[in-house]
Design a protein around this ligand. Structure first.
Ligand SMILES: [Zn+2]
Length: 88
């Protein structure tokens, strides 16, 4: 099997969004998966890319929770203590 049988890392990265959207052509998707089996750096890149998207979605997700009452009392106490110490 020659090196040319695989798509390049550059091609993989160019199409990563389509791959994750599921809009990639099946033949190309197959090549994409095949590249990932031989290229750990691209697997790591894909993983980081997915995490970035997940973080972006989490940040955009509207919250029904009130903004107050989310901080544990222990943490508030620790902040007050730290402030007092800083002022001494
Ligand atoms: Zn690669």
């Amino acid at each position: 099997m020659s090196r040319n049988d695989y798509i390049t890392c550059r091609e993989l990265i160019d199409f990563i969004a389509d791959y994750l959207d599921g809009t990639l052509a099946p033949e190309f998707r197959h090549e994409f998966d095949r590249h990932l089996t031989v290229c750990p750096p691209c697997v790591a890149y894909l993983d980081a890319y997915k995490k970035t998207i997940a973080l972006g979605k989490a940040a955009l997700k509207p919250s029904d929770e009130p903004a107050t009452g989310q901080v544990p009392e222990g943490l508030l106490h620790a902040i007050r203590v730290a402030r007092q110490q800083a002022n001494q």
